[in-house]
Write a protein that binds this ligand. Sequence first.
Ligand code: SAH
Length: 396
Amino acid sequence: MSNDRARVKLQPGGDKRAMLGHPWIFSNELVMDSGAKALEPGAVVTVMRADGRPLGAAFFNPHSLIAARLLTRDADRAIDETFLHRRLERAFKLRERLIGAPYYRLVHAEADGIPGCVVDRFGDVVVVEPNAAGADRLVEPLVAALDRLLKPRAIVVSGDGPARTLEGLPPIHRLAKGTLDGAIELQEHGARFLADLAEGQKTGWFYDQRDNRLLAARFAQDADVLDLYSYSGGFGLQAARHGAKSVLSVDRSQAALDLARRAAALNGVAEKHATESAEAFEFLEQAGAAHRTFDLVMADPPAFVKSRKDFHQGGRAYRKLARLTAGRVRTGGFLFLASCSHHMPAEEFRAQVARGLHEAGRSGRILHATGAAPDHPVHPMLPESAYLKALLLQVD
Ligand code: SAH
């Protein structure tokens, strides 16, 4: 081995999962001696097997349960801008094949070989989210490699999610290149949307639902549509473009609704689009009391299950959402429900939706059970990273 990187050693037998192709090594699988504990969070290390042979190069964080995230099985490979450029280029070529316009998730962490790192592309603006200490430490060469590959006019480095907290990282939001003035336009299956990426108001866009928005829109012809947790109009405006009679976007964020309204005008559907700033469950209770119904209801809430401990409470919230939304669907109409909770398995989500539907005194049938669009690929050994579940039902 020719490199002089720090080394961490696997416990005897600690390499079982890694030898099967798993990209993570947990702290209890490593010899966490004083040398390992003293390493900087995010250092690139060579992982050594108990028998002294090298396993590969990894990001290391002594403070995280996921202590090492493998970058390559080639222990001698330099982890530098060239390495990152190759990974980015592979991810880029895949997206160019998958998606017809330059608006997509360019890097989806482990599945694209850059562990703990997400990159979203908005045409000539790129947003980097380093969610693990290793990615955070390499952000400069990553930005340089992105700059070389795409020559964007602006690069934003941003992140404030729970993943950063678990890695001991503070929230960040800064411009690594260029300037931003106002909202950025993006496109999805012919629809135009707006996202505000400006410093201090990190919002962005949820590309994972791109294909589901089109799927739900197939049921929008002549429909009165309710888009709950609408954010900046993703589901509702795609439905409006596909022949909906009326679309109501409901969200508690007025800033998100303002962008939805501007995007409605960009798509020429402003006259049939309305927004309402409200808490979703309160809106549903009131709409129920007023016997207000719709032909197509979509609800794509934030994660109700934020950690394993609120699994039961979150499950009940999905059931309640299913019950209240099902009650607002006209006979023969359609209901789209999604869960982006990592800790909510697809089968449990389906079970809660089924119970909610029944509690609403309704029946129906599942037409589609889907997940995230393919620019959010899944590492084959990390099925839990397939966080997005969605069901499209017809309701009797
Ligand atoms: N469906 C959207 C993404 C939704 S993200 C899309 O297709 O892009 C979740 C949204 O729910 C955010 O816009 C947030 O402002 C909103 N939200 C969170 N809690 C809410 C609540 N209790 N009531 C209404 N909206 C809420």
